[in-house]
Design a protein around this ligand. Structure first.
Ligand SMILES: [Zn+2]
Length: 275
């Protein structure tokens, strides 16, 4: 496999290429302009977060890639899709795909916080006691399986092609990494980014241990969904944000094995609410 086939959006491996490139780029920025010093061993957290990412890459790249190709082939040709009804050029189609799938993801993320069963899986992401670029990889495979299935369903309804979905995935992965990065940007640039995109200072609030802040700023790529649907929080002292969930403060309880088991803890015990 050569570099060209990795960068090619039609390659099944292209998202992994951008994920690795994004990690290296944002790691460099974190070392150059860090927001705050780590309070826990980076090596230990990275081992956990990237191990989870490995599970997810196996699921997405190996199990879903065949489905992705088949689904986009079908969605690009059948006559009931959205893109058949509105005529756009290729750039317009890519932008609309990114916009609509990001909107779907906004609501999916909101449901992850509101529905106790989904929160069981999503809270694994929120247990990270430090937040940096590796946190963008910390998702339980159960959550990834559900969100990927829903994304594919939307994609099918829209009639997006493989290239358009790949463009969305690349934008999503890079913006998720950016939003989680432990970097301090210039305040003017941050203010400008808040208007349209989700900079680290906006997503940092979502990782606060204060519930009303955790249950806000759900956007991944665009910030205007939170403004539009009333979940936008901005007036927070960034230096006072404490990351994580109050019920999971002990790093020794946050090993990879325990995190993978976490969604199923007490699942079959009657009346044991998970949130
Ligand atoms: Zn969340």
């Amino acid at each position: 496999m050569n570099l060209g086939s990795l960068i090619n959006l039609e390659s099944p491996f292209s998202p992994s290429f951008y994920v690795v490139t994004g990690i290296l780029f944002f790691l460099t920025l974190e070392n150059t302009i860090p927001f705050r010093a780590a309070t826990l061993s980076k090596l230990r957290r990275w081992r956990i977060n990237f191990s989870m990412n490995f599970c997810n890459v196996v699921i997405i790249d190996l199990c879903f890639v065949y489905l992705l190709r088949k689904t986009t082939l079908f969605s690009g040709t059948h006559q009931l899709n959205l893109f058949e009804k509105i005529h756009l050029n290729s750039i317009g189609r890519i932008l609309l795909t990114i916009l609509l799938l990001d909107l779907a993801l906004y609501w999916m993320h909101r449901l992850n916080h509101k529905l106790p069963f989904l929160w069981r899986f999503h809270r694994v992401h929120h247990t990270d006691l430090n937040v940096d670029v590796s946190s963008a990889s910390r998702f339980h495979f159960g959550e990834v399986t559900v969100s990927t299935t829903i994304t594919y369903t939307f994609m099918l309804l829209m009639g997006a092609t493989l290239v358009e979905v790949r463009a969305f995935q690349v934008a999503l992965f890079l913006m998720a990494q950016f939003g989680h990065s432990n970097i301090k940007l210039w305040s003017t640039l941050e203010k400008f980014l808040w208007l349209v995109l989700v900079p680290p200072s906006m997503h940092r609030i979502h990782h606060s241990n204060i519930k009303r802040e955790t249950d806000s700023n759900y956007g991944t790529i665009f910030s205007f969904w939170d403004r539009l649907f009333g979940t936008f929080t901005y007036n927070v002292d960034q230096d006072k944000i404490i990351f994580g969930l109050n019920e999971f403060k002990d790093p020794n309880e946050l090993t990879l094995f325990k995190l993978l088991k976490l969604p199923f803890r007490g699942l079959f015990v009657r009346g044991n609410a998970s949130k």
